[in-house]
Design a protein around this ligand. Sequence first.
Ligand code: BG6
Ligand code: MG
Length: 216
Amino acid sequence: MKKYKAALFDLDGVLVDTAKYHYLAWKELAQRLGFEFTEQDNERLKGVSRMASLEILLEVGGMQNHFSAEEKEQMAAEKNARYVEYISKMDASEILDGALDTLKKLRERGVKIALGSASKNSPIILKNVGLTEYFDEIVDGNSVSKAKPDPEVFTQGAERLGVAYEDCAVFEDSLAGLQAAKSVNMLAVGIGTRENLPVADVLYPSLKEFEVEKFF
Ligand code: BG6
Ligand code: MG
């Protein structure tokens, strides 16, 4: 079995359960605009950047052509302010099952670890839940310009860690993220269900079931 030298982690939905806060904040915006935004609709926002998420939300409400670029910036800022209120109250209890254990085992084995997240809020989330120290490099929405499925967030991580792409394993709960990993020959580890993540090279329901010793 091939052994990998670096682990690249998505944040939202893999290490912490922040999808619920993104949902609450988007739902409040939709309510203010006068339409319902369901949990099912919210599935479409996973792994998607803030501005692209807003476009999807407006499409759900049938309002995609109603606003200027400036008004959209304003709405995204409003949503983010609410989201930041939610995440500022997060603590270690919101780390997902198996995440801390996986990070610790990887560290023990000397595996290099980077974050590969679309979120511009990742530094505050990692700090609040106490995970910052496990990462050699943080690549997130503040340092990349191209969103998943573009692989930039992972290629930048591999380059900063000095590890070849094919020696990296990516942990993702979104289809776009797995497609990004596969497009540059990284191992695509899906966290979720086969139904949602058909392209995953290997799949686990959560990091609790992931077998570190098998891959690293
Ligand atoms: C991703 C989430 O990790 O980050 C998306 O899955 C979110 O739902 C995106 O839209 C951007 O996050 P932020 O915190 O920069 O608005
Ligand atoms: Mg995710």
